[in-house]
Design a protein around this ligand. Sequence first.
Ligand code: ADP
Ligand code: MG
Length: 234
Amino acid sequence: METPILSIKNLHKRYGKVHAVNDVSLEIQKGNVYGILGPNGSGKSTTLGIVLNVVNKTSGEYSWFGGTQETHEALKKVGAIIERPNFYPYMTAKENLELVCKIKGINYSKIEEKLEIVGLTDRKNSKFKTYSLGMKQRLAIASALLNDPEILILDEPTNGLDPQGIIQIRDIIRLIASQGTTILLASHLLDEVEKVCSHVLVLRFGKILYNGKVDEMTTKGGYFELQSNSNDRL
Ligand code: ADP
Ligand code: MG
């Protein structure tokens, strides 16, 4: 068995009385597209924040690439978009990516290739402030791909987009996956996970409801029933 890209074991996060992540375990293997599915407040972003070292865990373990490197070193091979895309508004898309390359010590030659993947080649010389939300999101994906990460993590990348923008992002995720990059996608949309992911971790109130292949998932009805009272979680 190959070393997993990410291994999470019995992870917990408490915010006071809120048990945001409650005994979550997950193993991510190379080349698959994983979803973390759950309604608002189910612990998706907190789980991602912990493994990306921006949120402190309460207990449990996680390790990247078999745990042989320090987390900050391992995270250099991880591309993640967990916030709204934020670039310099008066710089062009290309200039923004050049800046990212400069800061991270990446060769500029990657820029054109990544702009092509996200379909922004034609608009690379437009200022970031002229971009639609979908284009901003796509630029963020291009930026996260600049150093050819082993895995791309996306937290609700289609939120707030129009139908066309949603389709574009999903097509890009599938394209990136087909090129061999492992994906971890947090979403509150069952249909999104079904369209994009091969594997899924379904969370409810921070707990695992299902962990396995998307096409073997049998708790879909249960997932929908539980969306309505997702805030009642104390
Ligand atoms: P999701 O991403 O699935 O919507 P989150 O991980 O953001 O869920 O949140 C899980 C739970 O933890 C929610 O009840 C949320 O209110 C709570 N939570 C998240 N971040 C914080 C925080 N910084 N302080 C207090 N509670 C938080
Ligand atoms: Mg979230």
